[in-house]
Design a protein around this ligand. Structure first.
Ligand SMILES: Cc1ncc(COP(=O)(O)O)c(C=O)c1O
Length: 446
């Protein structure tokens, strides 16, 4: 029995299934840059960045240094009661990094979920309006409030709060209104004002609308130009807070520091997590002071905003800015999209290839005419890629979208290698070289 198999057996016995979403039997032992070594010494190219966390790559020396230095100097102080300089410096930095000529403050947590939970709790307190609008297909987290705001099937087992109204995301490849992107005049926005606000929820009761500028777990869906601007204008018309969840695409991934900057909008609050500390657990909401100061001690966690996590985040921001990682994300993203579109041309099961910078989705379908989601094929391709040395996951409300979110340090050669492995994996899955039985329990979302 190899070491990975042995560790998997111990994990099955000792670690709760409630925290498992497994696509293949990978046990990470060591990592550097965009490469990960498993417990048996095999090397993999990581095109998931560990679900979008390792934007700066693994083990970046400046971040390792910052963490070790802070750990030696001040290993902990509970920011909720005992201040530390790092948390203040980071808050000031985040305020400067986000747009908006208004007073802002920063809240800290550990995960995207607890940051979105802040919103679910504080929006009614700050606005006096109890209702929230979110999107079908959105994923905001797994705590009670954050999953109440989500619209992803992964949350389907829970009822959630009844104060959230979900509207369709502009998923043009599968437009729910069967309109054409070129001529629709953003009908999906008109639908919200003319139908949802007229019949489902009065806009006067809506405190906030929360959106992802690229809807990741919903299938890496990029909204058409003009959509986010239209959404912002609609929120302003009704006095609704316009909030963007940048947990997965923030910190350089889309070619800008924040994804929404691609469309020039100014959110009232921005949710940040995953890559923010290069793996140190830290999240933040940066937003209008009226929202952020709407109650004292209403959403606080003992280890949130601790000095080591804040030091990691400050170093992460320095690295992204100084090493121009957003610029690299834009360059490599365009190159990768081009290569994947070439692949699509000879491969009818690739229904759509879309992305912004280094958040890219390859939507697999059984037939390009019917667009029936090829969910099992996606699971096979993801598993086969693992066998061939490439790590990635799938996403989408039907789990049929291969998601590429590599570290932002990747090179053109690594993009070429990933495309070659993907081509091989799709071919192997199509020709029966790998079948569902080979996956065992490793079916990801399915
Ligand atoms: C957009 C978005 N928001 C929130 C979350 C939840 O983050 P976490 O898993 O850190 O709680 C995720 C996780 O995938 C996400 O993609």
């Amino acid at each position: 029995m190899n070491r990975s198999t042995e560790l998997f057996q111990r994990d099955a016995d000792a670690v709760s299934d409630v925290m498992k979403l497994r696509f293949y039997p990978m046990v990470a032992k060591a990592a550097g840059g965009a490469l990960i070594r498993d417990a048996d010494g095999r090397e993999y190219l990581d095109f998931s960045a560990g679900w979008g966390v390792a934007n700066t790559g693994y083990g970046h020396p400046r971040i390792v240094n910052a963490v070790c230095k802070e750990m030696n100097r001040l290993s902990f102080s509970p920011t909720i009661s005992v201040l530390n300089e790092e948390s203040i410096e980071l808050a000031e930095r985040l305020r400067e990094m986000t747009p908006g000529d208004f007073e802002k403050a920063v809240w800290y947590g550990h995960s995207g979920s607890d940051a979105n939970e802040f919103l679910y709790k504080m929006i009614p307190a700050a606005t006096g309006r109890s209702r929230i609008v979110s999107f079908v297909g959105s994923y905001h987290g797994q705590t009670m409030g954050s999953y109440s705001m989500s619209g992803h099937p992964a949350q389907g087992k829970f009822t959630g709060g009844g104060n959230v109204t979900r509207i369709p995301y502009p998923y043009c490849y599968r437009c729910p209104f069967e309109r054409d992107r070129e001529t629709c005049g953003l009908f999906c926005l008109k639908y919200v004002e003319d139908f949802v606000f007229a019949s489902q929820v009065s806009p006067a009761q809506v405190g906030a609308l929360i959106a992802e500028a690229v809807q990741c777990d919903g299938g890496d869906v990029v909204p058409p130009d003009g959509y986010l601007q239209g959404l912002e204008r609609m929120c302003r018309r009704y006095g609704i807070l316009f909030i963007l969840d940048e947990v997965k695409i923030g910190f350089g991934r889309t070619g800008k520091m924040f994804g929404f900057e691609n469309w020039g909008v100014t959110p009232d609050a921005v949710v940040m997590a995953k890559p923010m500390g290069s793996g140190q657990p830290i999240s933040a909401v940066t937003g209008r002071k009226e929202l952020m100061d709407a109650g004292v001690g209403m959403h606080m966690f003992t280890t949130a905003g601790n000095p080591v996590a804040c030091a990691a985040s400050l170093a992460t921001i320095d690295v992204i800015e100084e090493e121009k990682l957003a610029e690299n994300a834009e360059i490599q993203g365009e190159y990768l999209l081009g290569r994947l579109r070439e692949l699509q041309a000879g491969c009818p099961v690739i229904g759509d290839v879309r992305g912004k910078g280094l958040v890219i989705g390859i939507e697999l379908v059984e037939n390009p005419e019917t667009k029936k989601p090829a969910s099992e094929l996606a699971a096979l391709v993801v598993y086969r890629c693992y066998e061939l040395g490439l790590l990635l996951f799938d996403s989408g409300i039907s789990a049929n979208v291969i998601e590429l979110t590599p570290p932002l340090i990747i090179t053109k050669q690594q993009c070429d290698r990933a495309v070659e492995v993907l081509r091989q994996a799709i071919e192997d899955a199509m020709t029966g070289r790998i079948i569902r039985e080979d996956l065992g329990d490793f079916a990801g979302w399915g």
